[in-house]
Design a protein around this ligand. Sequence first.
Ligand SMILES: [Zn+2]
Length: 220
Amino acid sequence: MSKRQLISSEEDTDKGKVAKIGDTDHDENTAHNNMAVATPAKTGKRTDYLSWDEYFMAVAFLSAQRSKDPNSQVGACVVNPERKIVGIGYNGMPNGCSDDELPWARQAESNLETKYPYVCHAELNAILNKNAADIKGCSIYVALFPCNECTKLIIQAGIKEVIYYSDKYHDQPNCKASRRLLNMAKITYRQFKPRKCQIVIDFTSIDGFPLKQSLSVASP
Ligand SMILES: [Zn+2]
């Protein structure tokens, strides 16, 4: 392994690094990078592309940005054994039920004035949004370890693997129930460990002006 490859792999494991989709080489030809038209065409295969796990988890996180929940945005992505996405969902109120009228509070004098009796979790929506005849044998990528209610759905849908990012409610009873059910149903679950903690989507990169360059060009 060359020194440069070594550095590259070390950077990949650095959680503080920001992955910029469409970012250009930033170790050489700095002057060229300030002028996209002058940047020579690259000939080698990209090495900083997303892994499958990163890709599907990123889709789940992007979907979560559609959520109206002010406190918790969760996304889920169902993937078949051929690595095709067959369902995406995020937490939200049921179809036809106004998310302007229903409450979003986590606490209130009455449980009926909290979101909990009404909101559909991301896993439920991802499973019901499926665009395949069934999702038996699929994997589900979720931002948050599934609650016991979603775990029931996951099991009944025939999903065989759960990949989650956060386990912040690990010690709560509903998560303990989830693990109990998943273990009994022989569904594997594993925590996703990203190489990088952020992926930045830069719309301008397609025009050859990645974010960094735009900023550097704008600066005197
Ligand atoms: Zn749930």
